[in-house]
Write a protein that binds this ligand. Structure first.
Ligand SMILES: Cc1cc2nc3c(=O)[nH]c(=O)nc-3n(C[C@H](O)[C@H](O)[C@H](O)COP(=O)(O)OP(=O)(O)OC[C@H]3O[C@@H](n4cnc5c(N)ncnc54)[C@H](O)[C@@H]3O)c2cc1C
Length: 419
């Protein structure tokens, strides 16, 4: 517990930085948001829009580790990497393997389930207090399984979900086809999640909240912050153009680039850019009114205001070294949907690649910087940044305001990589 800072700078205006800025503004702080780009233009722009509160199984898990070697070197599998990247990613992989041990994966499930347990309520609160009713839809969600193997190997996840009070219902292929008539006859099983929500335009979510922040007096500065200098009472920021500012506190929510600023302060931040793609198509507005996951193919189909968005797949990449997108990975999504639900998707209207900010244990970093009490950290939300943004803003604003956060943040501390 401590005194509330009066001024705070937030580095990064993605969904995490913007929702945090708004939450702190509501608590009466004077907030300045920094971003080198316009708000919401990075990973938060093109995601699948799925508020996936049932996702309590981090990707760091023994079952995924076992299938990793088979997938990694296949450039069109749901999860891959470019082999040239291997040396740069080696130390991350070693930490990932260690995070997949049974004990550590169980701890991660517990941590993720705890935060996810409050994520849906936080979204409902944000939706009503910011008037986002047209953008956030609560129609549930469905996961499809094309094989008995896929369905059976995920029973352990459903058992864990039940244990944590997450509601689901198993459907046969025929029952799923009655819900979504376009589904192919080879879909064998499905699971519905009645509490699932989705947003119909992820970019508009960020910009809507941002516009409210600015119209209520929040400041936005379009600059890249190059250096942070925390002292006992303040944090100085220096932009790439050498402009200096000073705040009582600073929060880092710079997505996959968060590590750069913290490494200069001596912190180890094993963060990578987990590249993902979307392809958007036209579609006839049919019975599809919820996100549809395709388990074996690792992507989601979400009806959006702009079209049908096919989004997902994983391409491990270094955070510091980016290459051109591999558009084959976006194009394969169209092949996938034509096989899963023939005729549902029309012609391609846009394509996109973005960087998920991902740590080896697939948990975000949330809390105070271990050695700097005026420096707050909220990054590394990997596949769940949209889902976890409102609860992150709630918890972090409690912490910044000197209150006890509504969940224990020890499992999310940067200390876990800096012992
Ligand atoms: C294909 C795909 C599908 C996804 N689907 C979903 C989904 O359905 N549901 C879900 O919950 N999540 C999903 N995600 C994950 C989600 O999009 C991310 O976790 C989330 O957008 C991360 O938000 P962020 O604010 O941390 O990062 P970003 O949106 O990347 O924002 C970080 C910002 O920081 C800025 N920045 C960085 N460094 C500096 C600096 N030094 N100075 C100033 N500014 C800086 C950047 O310019 C950027 O604007 C998906 C991701 C992908 C790629």
């Amino acid at each position: 517990m401590g005194a509330t800072p009066k001024t705070i700078g937030i580095i990064g205006a993605g969904i995490i930085g913007v929702t945090l800025a708004r939450a702190l503004q509501r608590r009466g702080l004077q907030v300045t948001l920094f971003d080198e780009r316009d708000p919401g233009r990075a990973a938060s722009f093109g995601n699948a829009g799925y508020i996936a509160t049932e996702a309590i199984f981090p990707l760091a898990h023994g079952s995924i580790l076992r299938s990793l070697p088979r997938m990694l070197f296949n450039p069109l599998s749901p999860l891959t990497m470019r082999w040239q990247e291997f040396p740069r990613l080696l130390s991350w992989y070693l930490k990932y393997v260690s995070a997949c041990s049974n004990r550590r994966a169980a701890d991660s499930i517990q941590a993720l389930a705890t935060i996810q347990g409050k994520a849906g309520i936080a979204w409902e609160a944000l939706r009503s207090c910011e008037g986002l009713h047209n953008l956030v839809v609560a129609n549930g969600a469905i996961m499809l399984y094309e094989s008995d193997r896929g369905f059976n190997e995920t029973r352990i996840r459903r058992d864990a979900q039940r244990h944590y009070g997450i509601d689901w219902q198993v459907l046969s292929g025929d029952e799923a086809r009655r819900m979504i008539p376009e589904l192919s006859s080879h879909i064998k099983h499905a699971v519905t999640y009645p509490a699932g929500m989705h947003v119909v335009n992820p970019y508009s979510i960020t910009t809507n909240i941002f516009d409210r922040f600015v119209s209520d007096g929040g400041e936005f500065t379009k600059e890249r912050i190059a250096v942070l200098e925390p002292t006992d009472t303040a944090v100085k920021t220096t932009s790439e153009a050498k402009a200096m500012r000073q705040f009582h506190a600073v929060a880092v929510s710079a997505g996959h680039l968060s590590g750069r600023l913290l490494k200069l302060l001596g912190y180890k931040v094993p963060i990578i850019a987990e590249r993902g793609y979307h392809l958007e198509t036209s579609y006839q507005k049919t019975s599809l009114n919820m996100p549809v996951g395709a388990y074996e193919r690792g992507f989601h189909i979400t009806p959006m205001s702009s079209g049908l968005r096919l989004a997902g797949t994983v391409e491990f990449s270094s955070a510091d070294h980016d290459e051109e997108p591999n558009w084959d990975r976006a194009e394969i999504l169209k092949t996938h949907i034509d096989e899963i639900a023939p005729g549902l998707a029309g012609a391609e209207t846009s394509r996109w690649m973005g960087h998920r900010p991902t740590l080896p244990d697939f948990l975000p970093v949330l809390g105070r910087a271990p050695r700097h009490k005026n420096l707050f950290l909220a990054f590394g939300h990997h596949h769940l940044g949209l889902t976890l943004a409102p609860i992150t803003a709630t918890i972090m604003s409690e912490l910044v305001a000197g209150a006890r956060p509504s969940i224990d943040l020890e499992a999310f501390s940067l200390r876990r990589f800096n012992r």
